[in-house]
Design a protein around this ligand. Structure first.
Ligand SMILES: Cc1cc2nc3c(=O)[nH]c(=O)nc-3n(C[C@H](O)[C@H](O)[C@H](O)COP(=O)(O)OP(=O)(O)OC[C@H]3O[C@@H](n4cnc5c(N)ncnc54)[C@H](O)[C@@H]3O)c2cc1C
Length: 402
């Protein structure tokens, strides 16, 4: 039997999900995950909102819409079968005034087209039954939107990979993937070339995905531009003012959603995330500046085009970066009883957001195969929700495409 050899770069939830899927579909295949850190899921996969998105906003037919819906089913089942906590706390998208109603209706239509179960528009009385402290004139209720710890899911998948005979090489930063004939070689930052020849490689390297792709001979764009998201945890005594997830109606003038309430699987209630340019791709405490990362986005024409088109959004986000009370006030527009709540900062997340040369943020997932190497070039939210479906898609569709 021809035992195929696969290299997967990146031990975040997507890389791990791909490795697991390979072992499920081809038991006996040789699968190695290369991860640059000393443990799996140290980046986006453990610094996110933990929401299992139901698929409300995404363009019907697009990869995000398809893989998010399939991903929800797979993540739910995975958590159930492996006793990983999963809470269908539900979500409301709330319109505060008449102007927001047409946009709320449009989201409802997309959600229905995407097959989101149980989703419906509710009036203000019913909104009060779902979220007693939330004001708003109308809302979209998604009762099956859930929360989970993606870090825990990822660590569970890592154990499963090893139990199925795959291996995870930690502290193994990959410099580039080299194709020679029909095989792929993995070169590490140290200069070491892994002794094995692989049949295929799949790069799922999140915040570093553009660099690894370019160093491996793939296109330079889209580039990753890092945007951090700050969260605050609200005072324990007030956490029951919100039952589940309360979101604003997205405003097309702003590229990011704006702060909202997110319940965590550990029971904490958080506000956030905002979105602002990060002075480092992995700069979680916000204190250190990474010159290479900053130089990269400053030298990218797309960044300046994005900045000039989004001055208003930059100002809105800057206010929430500069002032904790503005941050809280933004969220309290939906839950006025929390206007003066005490909050403590939580660890930031940093989004690996792909940007085109013209400054447009890439909305859909981008998964590109070149020869025997496949790169995930863009997997923003709901990338964790979709991870098990992204893995199915890569293993069953992309790898089998000639
Ligand atoms: C603030 C924020 C909130 C979010 N909220 C949600 C949400 O509520 N729901 C949702 O579904 N999604 C959410 N997301 C998106 C979700 O977290 C990501 O889509 C998902 O975690 C991406 O997983 P990944 O494995 O592709 O990337 P990552 O988790 O970033 O993993 C990439 C891995 O590759 C490794 N790596 C990088 N370069 C190399 C290299 N050269 N060699 C070896 N290893 C390398 C890294 O160390 C890392 O472990 C959020 C993201 C952020 C930032």
């Amino acid at each position: 039997m021809n035992r195929k050899r696969y290299a997967v770069v990146g031990g975040g939830i997507n890389g791990l999900a791909v490795a697991r899927q390979l072992l499920l579909d081809e038991p006996g295949a040789s699968v190695t995950v290369f991860e640059k850190e000393g443990a799996v899921a140290q980046h986006q996969s453990s610094h996110n909102s933990g929401v299992v998105h139901a698929g409300l906003y995404y363009e019907p037919g697009g990869l995000k819409a398809r893989l998010c819906r399939r991903g929800v089913e797979l993540v739910r089942r995975y958590c159930l079968e492996n006793a990983i906590p999963y809470d269908e706390c539900g979500k409301v998208v709330v319109a505060l005034d008449e102007q927001e109603l047409p946009r709320l209706d449009a989201i409802h239509k997309k959600a229905v087209a995407n097959g989101v179960p149980g989703v419906r528009l509710v009036g203000k009385e019913e909104l009060r039954e779902i979220e007693p402290n939330c004001i708003g004139i109308r809302a979209l209720h998604s009762p099956h939107t859930a929360i989970v710890s993606y870090g825990e899911v990822a660590r569970h998948i890592a154990r499963e990979i090893e139990a199925r005979g795959g291996s995870i090489r930690l502290n193994a930063p990959v410099r580039r993937l080299i194709e020679r004939g029909s095989s792929v070689h993995v070169e590490l930052d140290s200069g070491e070339v892994d002794a094995r020849e692989f049949d295929y490689a799949i790069a799922c390297s999140g915040l570093q995905s553009d660099r690894l792709a370019q160093q491996s001979g793939d296109a330079a764009t889209p580039r990753i531009v890092p945007f951090f998201g700050q969260y605050y945890v609200i005072d324990e005594a007030f956490k029951n003012h919100v039952k589940g997830l309360i979101y604003p109606v997205p405003d097309p003038r702003f590229p990011f959603l704006g702060v909202h309430f997110t319940k965590r699987i550990d029971g904490q209630m958080t506000i956030g995330p905002n979105a602002f340019i990060s002075l480092g791709r992995e700069n979680y405490d916000g204190k250190r500046l990474n010159l290479r990362d900053v130089a990269d986005f400053l030298a990218y024409p797309g960044f300046w085009k994005f900045a000039s088109k989004n001055l208003r959004a930059t100002l809105r986000e800057l206010k929430t970066v500069a002032s904790e009370s503005v941050f809280v006030r933004e969220a309290a527009r939906y839950v006025p009883s929390l206007a003066d709540v005490a909050v403590t900062p939580a660890v930031r997340g940093i989004r690996a957001q792909a940007m085109q040369r013209d400054g447009a943020l890439v909305d859909d997932f981008v998964i590109r195969r070149q020869g025997n190497v496949t790169h995930i070039r863009n997997a923003p939210s709901p990338g964790a929700t979709s991870s098990l479906a992204i893995a199915e898609y890569i293993v069953r569709d992309v790898l089998h495409r000639q």
